[in-house]
Design a protein around this ligand. Structure first.
Ligand SMILES: *Cc1c(COP(=O)(O)O)cnc(C)c1O
Length: 266
Protein backbone atom coordinates (compact mmCIF):
# COMPACT_ATOMS: atom_id res chain seq x y z
CA UNK A 1 0.00 0.00 0.00
CA UNK A 2 2.93 2.33 0.67
CA UNK A 3 4.08 1.89 -2.95
CA UNK A 4 0.54 2.17 -4.33
CA UNK A 5 -0.11 5.31 -2.30
CA UNK A 6 3.15 6.85 -3.47
CA UNK A 7 2.23 6.40 -7.13
CA UNK A 8 -1.54 6.96 -6.77
CA UNK A 9 -2.44 3.40 -7.77
CA UNK A 10 -5.97 2.45 -6.65
CA UNK A 11 -5.69 -1.00 -5.04
CA UNK A 12 -8.60 -3.41 -5.23
CA UNK A 13 -7.74 -5.93 -2.54
CA UNK A 14 -8.63 -9.52 -3.37
CA UNK A 15 -9.50 -10.82 0.09
CA UNK A 16 -11.86 -13.42 -1.42
CA UNK A 17 -10.89 -16.21 0.96
CA UNK A 18 -9.57 -13.98 3.73
CA UNK A 19 -12.76 -13.26 5.66
CA UNK A 20 -11.83 -13.44 9.35
CA UNK A 21 -8.07 -13.16 8.83
CA UNK A 22 -6.18 -10.22 10.27
CA UNK A 23 -2.79 -8.64 9.73
CA UNK A 24 -1.52 -6.33 12.47
CA UNK A 25 -5.02 -6.67 13.97
CA UNK A 26 -6.50 -5.15 10.79
CA UNK A 27 -9.23 -7.16 9.04
CA UNK A 28 -8.39 -8.36 5.52
CA UNK A 29 -10.35 -6.54 2.85
CA UNK A 30 -9.78 -3.17 4.54
CA UNK A 31 -6.26 -2.47 3.24
CA UNK A 32 -7.04 -1.44 -0.33
CA UNK A 33 -9.22 1.32 -1.75
CA UNK A 34 -11.77 -1.45 -2.10
CA UNK A 35 -11.79 -4.97 -0.68
CA UNK A 36 -13.46 -8.00 -2.26
CA UNK A 37 -14.85 -11.03 -0.41
CA UNK A 38 -16.09 -14.23 -2.05
CA UNK A 39 -19.20 -16.05 -0.86
CA UNK A 40 -18.72 -18.90 -3.31
CA UNK A 41 -19.74 -22.32 -2.00
CA UNK A 42 -16.22 -23.22 -0.86
CA UNK A 43 -15.44 -20.02 1.08
CA UNK A 44 -15.63 -19.14 4.76
CA UNK A 45 -19.34 -18.40 4.42
CA UNK A 46 -21.45 -18.78 1.30
CA UNK A 47 -24.44 -17.23 -0.43
CA UNK A 48 -24.23 -20.09 -2.98
CA UNK A 49 -22.28 -17.70 -5.21
CA UNK A 50 -21.32 -14.05 -5.37
CA UNK A 51 -19.50 -11.91 -2.87
CA UNK A 52 -19.19 -8.48 -1.33
CA UNK A 53 -17.30 -5.31 -2.00
CA UNK A 54 -15.97 -3.41 1.00
CA UNK A 55 -16.12 0.36 0.47
CA UNK A 56 -14.60 3.11 2.57
CA UNK A 57 -17.60 5.43 2.65
CA UNK A 58 -21.27 5.77 1.69
CA UNK A 59 -20.50 7.87 -1.36
CA UNK A 60 -18.27 5.18 -2.91
CA UNK A 61 -20.74 2.46 -1.96
CA UNK A 62 -23.50 4.42 -3.70
CA UNK A 63 -21.36 4.85 -6.83
CA UNK A 64 -20.58 1.11 -6.90
CA UNK A 65 -24.21 0.10 -6.42
CA UNK A 66 -25.19 2.51 -9.17
CA UNK A 67 -22.83 0.71 -11.55
CA UNK A 68 -24.00 -2.69 -10.27
CA UNK A 69 -27.64 -1.83 -11.00
CA UNK A 70 -27.14 -0.99 -14.69
CA UNK A 71 -26.11 2.63 -14.06
CA UNK A 72 -29.58 4.09 -14.33
CA UNK A 73 -30.11 7.84 -14.09
CA UNK A 74 -33.00 9.16 -11.99
CA UNK A 75 -35.74 9.10 -14.61
CA UNK A 76 -38.91 7.00 -14.67
CA UNK A 77 -37.53 5.27 -17.77
CA UNK A 78 -34.13 3.73 -18.51
CA UNK A 79 -31.59 6.46 -19.20
CA UNK A 80 -27.87 5.79 -19.06
CA UNK A 81 -24.89 8.17 -18.95
CA UNK A 82 -22.52 5.29 -18.18
CA UNK A 83 -22.32 1.57 -18.77
CA UNK A 84 -23.28 -0.56 -15.79
CA UNK A 85 -24.09 -4.24 -15.57
CA UNK A 86 -26.63 -6.18 -13.54
CA UNK A 87 -24.04 -7.31 -10.99
CA UNK A 88 -25.90 -6.97 -7.72
CA UNK A 89 -26.56 -9.94 -5.48
CA UNK A 90 -30.16 -11.18 -5.50
CA UNK A 91 -32.19 -10.68 -2.34
CA UNK A 92 -32.53 -14.47 -2.02
CA UNK A 93 -28.74 -14.90 -1.93
CA UNK A 94 -28.37 -11.93 0.41
CA UNK A 95 -30.87 -13.57 2.76
CA UNK A 96 -28.75 -16.72 2.81
CA UNK A 97 -25.73 -14.52 3.53
CA UNK A 98 -27.41 -12.88 6.51
CA UNK A 99 -28.09 -16.34 7.90
CA UNK A 100 -24.49 -17.36 7.22
CA UNK A 101 -23.20 -14.42 9.26
CA UNK A 102 -24.46 -16.27 12.34
CA UNK A 103 -22.08 -19.20 11.66
CA UNK A 104 -19.06 -17.15 10.55
CA UNK A 105 -17.29 -17.24 13.91
CA UNK A 106 -17.93 -20.97 14.23
CA UNK A 107 -16.55 -21.62 10.74
CA UNK A 108 -13.40 -19.60 11.40
CA UNK A 109 -12.89 -21.44 14.72
CA UNK A 110 -13.43 -24.76 12.91
CA UNK A 111 -10.82 -24.02 10.23
CA UNK A 112 -8.29 -23.03 12.90
CA UNK A 113 -9.11 -26.22 14.81
CA UNK A 114 -8.64 -28.43 11.73
CA UNK A 115 -5.34 -26.71 10.97
CA UNK A 116 -4.16 -27.42 14.52
CA UNK A 117 -5.08 -31.10 14.17
CA UNK A 118 -3.15 -31.35 10.88
CA UNK A 119 -0.15 -29.64 12.48
CA UNK A 120 -0.17 -32.04 15.42
CA UNK A 121 -0.79 -35.23 13.46
CA UNK A 122 1.55 -34.52 10.54
CA UNK A 123 4.61 -33.33 12.41
CA UNK A 124 6.43 -36.66 12.15
CA UNK A 125 5.97 -37.52 8.47
CA UNK A 126 9.41 -37.23 6.82
CA UNK A 127 9.41 -34.87 3.84
CA UNK A 128 5.79 -33.79 4.35
CA UNK A 129 5.12 -30.42 5.93
CA UNK A 130 1.90 -28.65 6.81
CA UNK A 131 2.09 -24.93 6.05
CA UNK A 132 1.59 -22.66 9.03
CA UNK A 133 1.59 -18.95 9.60
CA UNK A 134 4.79 -17.32 10.88
CA UNK A 135 5.23 -17.41 14.66
CA UNK A 136 4.48 -13.74 15.00
CA UNK A 137 1.40 -12.16 16.59
CA UNK A 138 1.03 -9.85 13.57
CA UNK A 139 -0.38 -12.82 11.62
CA UNK A 140 -3.85 -14.22 12.32
CA UNK A 141 -4.90 -16.56 9.50
CA UNK A 142 -8.45 -17.86 9.19
CA UNK A 143 -6.88 -21.06 7.78
CA UNK A 144 -9.53 -21.18 5.12
CA UNK A 145 -7.08 -23.41 3.30
CA UNK A 146 -4.94 -26.09 4.92
CA UNK A 147 -2.04 -27.00 2.69
CA UNK A 148 0.98 -29.28 2.79
CA UNK A 149 4.16 -29.59 0.80
CA UNK A 150 5.72 -32.86 -0.30
CA UNK A 151 9.48 -32.94 -0.75
CA UNK A 152 10.61 -34.27 -4.18
CA UNK A 153 12.53 -37.06 -2.34
CA UNK A 154 9.28 -38.58 -0.96
CA UNK A 155 8.17 -41.66 -2.93
CA UNK A 156 4.41 -42.00 -3.31
CA UNK A 157 2.57 -45.15 -4.39
CA UNK A 158 1.64 -45.09 -8.08
CA UNK A 159 4.10 -42.29 -8.80
CA UNK A 160 5.38 -44.06 -11.94
CA UNK A 161 1.86 -43.73 -13.42
CA UNK A 162 1.41 -40.02 -12.70
CA UNK A 163 0.37 -37.87 -15.67
CA UNK A 164 0.15 -40.84 -18.02
CA UNK A 165 -3.48 -40.28 -19.02
CA UNK A 166 -5.48 -37.29 -20.18
CA UNK A 167 -8.28 -36.50 -17.68
CA UNK A 168 -11.63 -37.18 -19.32
CA UNK A 169 -13.96 -36.25 -16.46
CA UNK A 170 -14.79 -32.84 -14.98
CA UNK A 171 -12.07 -31.46 -12.70
CA UNK A 172 -12.69 -30.35 -9.12
CA UNK A 173 -14.81 -27.24 -8.78
CA UNK A 174 -15.69 -27.02 -12.47
CA UNK A 175 -19.42 -27.72 -11.92
CA UNK A 176 -19.37 -30.75 -14.20
CA UNK A 177 -18.02 -28.82 -17.18
CA UNK A 178 -15.37 -30.63 -19.23
CA UNK A 179 -12.99 -28.74 -21.50
CA UNK A 180 -11.07 -31.54 -23.15
CA UNK A 181 -7.29 -31.24 -23.52
CA UNK A 182 -4.85 -33.14 -25.75
CA UNK A 183 -1.95 -33.65 -23.38
CA UNK A 184 -1.84 -34.90 -19.76
CA UNK A 185 1.12 -32.58 -19.04
CA UNK A 186 1.96 -28.87 -19.21
CA UNK A 187 5.25 -27.02 -18.84
CA UNK A 188 4.42 -26.08 -15.24
CA UNK A 189 2.71 -28.67 -13.05
CA UNK A 190 2.92 -30.31 -9.60
CA UNK A 191 5.67 -32.92 -9.19
CA UNK A 192 4.81 -36.55 -9.96
CA UNK A 193 4.74 -37.54 -6.29
CA UNK A 194 2.22 -34.76 -5.61
CA UNK A 195 -0.01 -35.90 -8.48
CA UNK A 196 0.31 -39.51 -7.27
CA UNK A 197 -0.77 -38.38 -3.79
CA UNK A 198 -3.84 -36.66 -5.27
CA UNK A 199 -4.80 -39.82 -7.16
CA UNK A 200 -4.12 -42.08 -4.15
CA UNK A 201 -6.27 -39.88 -1.89
CA UNK A 202 -9.07 -39.81 -4.45
CA UNK A 203 -9.02 -43.61 -4.33
CA UNK A 204 -9.62 -43.24 -0.58
CA UNK A 205 -12.56 -40.89 -1.28
CA UNK A 206 -10.58 -37.83 -0.12
CA UNK A 207 -10.42 -34.93 -2.56
CA UNK A 208 -7.07 -33.15 -2.39
CA UNK A 209 -6.13 -30.57 -4.98
CA UNK A 210 -2.98 -28.90 -6.21
CA UNK A 211 -2.35 -25.32 -5.08
CA UNK A 212 -2.83 -22.54 -7.65
CA UNK A 213 -0.90 -22.46 -10.85
CA UNK A 214 0.99 -19.15 -11.10
CA UNK A 215 -0.75 -16.54 -13.26
CA UNK A 216 2.23 -16.01 -15.52
CA UNK A 217 2.21 -19.73 -16.35
CA UNK A 218 -1.40 -19.60 -17.53
CA UNK A 219 -1.45 -19.90 -21.35
CA UNK A 220 -4.11 -17.17 -21.45
CA UNK A 221 -1.52 -14.73 -20.06
CA UNK A 222 1.38 -15.91 -22.20
CA UNK A 223 3.18 -12.83 -23.45
CA UNK A 224 2.29 -10.65 -20.45
CA UNK A 225 5.03 -8.99 -18.42
CA UNK A 226 6.03 -10.86 -15.29
CA UNK A 227 8.15 -9.87 -12.30
CA UNK A 228 9.01 -12.87 -10.14
CA UNK A 229 11.76 -14.66 -8.26
CA UNK A 230 10.16 -18.03 -9.05
CA UNK A 231 8.97 -18.85 -5.54
CA UNK A 232 5.38 -19.40 -6.69
CA UNK A 233 6.50 -21.95 -9.29
CA UNK A 234 8.43 -23.83 -6.59
CA UNK A 235 5.38 -23.89 -4.32
CA UNK A 236 3.11 -25.05 -7.14
CA UNK A 237 5.39 -28.06 -7.73
CA UNK A 238 5.32 -29.30 -4.13
CA UNK A 239 2.04 -27.95 -2.70
CA UNK A 240 -1.27 -29.69 -2.06
CA UNK A 241 -4.59 -28.54 -0.53
CA UNK A 242 -6.23 -30.66 2.15
CA UNK A 243 -9.93 -30.83 3.11
CA UNK A 244 -10.78 -28.27 5.81
CA UNK A 245 -14.42 -27.21 5.43
CA UNK A 246 -17.03 -27.05 8.20
CA UNK A 247 -18.06 -30.68 7.57
CA UNK A 248 -14.53 -32.07 8.13
CA UNK A 249 -14.61 -33.83 11.51
CA UNK A 250 -11.78 -34.75 13.88
CA UNK A 251 -12.18 -38.38 12.74
CA UNK A 252 -11.94 -37.23 9.11
CA UNK A 253 -8.62 -35.50 9.78
CA UNK A 254 -7.27 -38.64 11.41
CA UNK A 255 -8.42 -40.71 8.43
CA UNK A 256 -6.90 -38.22 5.96
CA UNK A 257 -3.54 -38.21 7.76
CA UNK A 258 -3.57 -42.03 7.96
CA UNK A 259 -4.19 -42.15 4.18
CA UNK A 260 -1.32 -39.73 3.52
CA UNK A 261 0.99 -41.97 5.57
CA UNK A 262 -0.28 -45.07 3.74
CA UNK A 263 0.44 -43.41 0.36
CA UNK A 264 4.13 -42.99 1.14
CA UNK A 265 6.49 -45.78 0.12
CA UNK A 266 8.61 -46.66 3.16
C1 LIG B 1 -12.07 -17.91 -4.32
C2 LIG B 1 -11.16 -16.85 -4.76
C3 LIG B 1 -11.46 -16.10 -5.89
C4 LIG B 1 -12.68 -16.37 -6.73
O1 LIG B 1 -13.87 -16.04 -6.05
P1 LIG B 1 -15.26 -16.46 -6.71
O2 LIG B 1 -16.31 -15.88 -5.83
O3 LIG B 1 -15.29 -17.96 -6.74
O4 LIG B 1 -15.26 -15.89 -8.08
C5 LIG B 1 -10.59 -15.11 -6.26
N1 LIG B 1 -9.46 -14.86 -5.55
C6 LIG B 1 -9.15 -15.56 -4.45
C7 LIG B 1 -7.89 -15.23 -3.69
C8 LIG B 1 -9.97 -16.60 -4.02
O5 LIG B 1 -9.64 -17.29 -2.93
Amino acid sequence: MAIADKYGIPVVEDAAEGMGSRFNSQVLGTFGKYGVLSFNGNKMITTSGGGALICRNAEEANQIMWLATQARDAYPYYQHTAIGFNYRMSNVCAGIGRGQMTVLDAHIAHHKHVQKLYEEQMKDIPGVKINRQPENPRFDSNYWLCTMTIDPSVKVKGQENAYKEVIKTAVGGAAGVIHQVDSPVTDCQPNENVEAMRVFMLGKKVECRPVWKPMHKQPVYAGCDVYTNGVEEDIFKIGMCLPAGPYVSDEDVKYIVDCIKEAIVK
